[in-house]
Design a protein around this ligand. Sequence first.
Ligand SMILES: *Cc1c(COP(=O)(O)O)cnc(C)c1O
Length: 404
Amino acid sequence: MLNLDFHPSGRHFLQIPGPSPVPDRILRAMSLPTIDHRGPEFGALGRELLDKVRQVFKTQGPVVIYPASGTGAWEAALINTLSPGDSVLMYETGHFATLWQKMARRLGLEPEFIGLPGDEGWRHGVQAEMIEARLREDSEQRIKAVCVVHNETSTGVTSDIAAVRRAIDATGHPALLMVDTISGLASADYRHDEWGVDVTISGSQKGLMLPPGISFNALSDKAIDASRKAELPKSFWAWDEILEANRNGYWPYTPNTNLLYGLDESLNMLLTEGLDNVFARHQRWAAGVREAVKAWGLEIQCQDPAVYSPVLTGVVMPEGVDADTVRQLIYRRFDLSLGMGLGKAKGRMFRIGHLGDCNDLTLMATLSGCEMGLTMSGVPLASSGVEAAMRYFSEHAPAHASDA
Ligand SMILES: *Cc1c(COP(=O)(O)O)cnc(C)c1O
């Protein structure tokens, strides 16, 4: 049972890679009264929101908003565009890619799951040339969609989506490109239109700094065309009725009104700061955290420095150390939540989230909690990661620092 007496003093450090901490500004915006979702004020909010949200996806096309977690938006992407028995080429980058593949199978699709052998797939980004090679073999064009995860939250590895687009184009294959950027959006550079993505899937509780509960599909014209012919059953998730109602700023059913207030505030914050500044802030935090992990002498899950995630870092435990025991000790003693190892990585690593509403000092506190917990768990550390990160953060000013 949930222990409601557990209210330690001070703020909890929610350093999992989603849900990420929700800024007070957003919590306040969400506390406003729920209004009539068919009334004129709501319509005005809806129209403004649906227009503004496209900037974060970098698209001129429509973005559908669902009152659902990211998993719902995964399902929406597949069932709006595909028909029973369709082949789908999916790439194994980690646990989330694996779950999406399982969903495709349950929906009656035929996913083909490719990736690097053994554990390597979970330590590198998508290898676009493997997708290219597979599409070249598909001379009958049976593959209807290519599905990849942009920021694999289970490992801390991003993938080069532009390279996947180039690989598909090089073959002239007509498959749709679907990308999960549930944990990448608004933290890592993402460009729906420029990268020629047909459906982008995202969620609220990671880079957008909102509570869980809304999710997104950004659509290309080609995806909308595909949805007119696709035969998997769909009703709640169907784009056509939502797009129709959205024209006037409404939804066919009751939308998540207060989360939409929060989304409006989140978009104001992100767009005022400027997306490039937001991305630079995440890259810098990620670099500081990696300095700490390297100083400890521990391994980073991602093996390719070109695709280190700006959102989170996976810290691999030495042989014989159970990462979950370390993580639980840190939670109990220091009121700090870290991400657990998922799927194949269970017990082998923990994940440090460095996304959204953080700053240098929340990350220093996080690293201190990690360093104390690792030492208390008997993990031998080569040197102080805390000192290494302090050095990094003090020597590398953020791009928007107001003074020297
Ligand atoms: C969080 C996450 C999901 C799952 O989203 P839910 O909101 O938990 O349904 C899927 N993919 C990735 C990459 C994620 O980070």
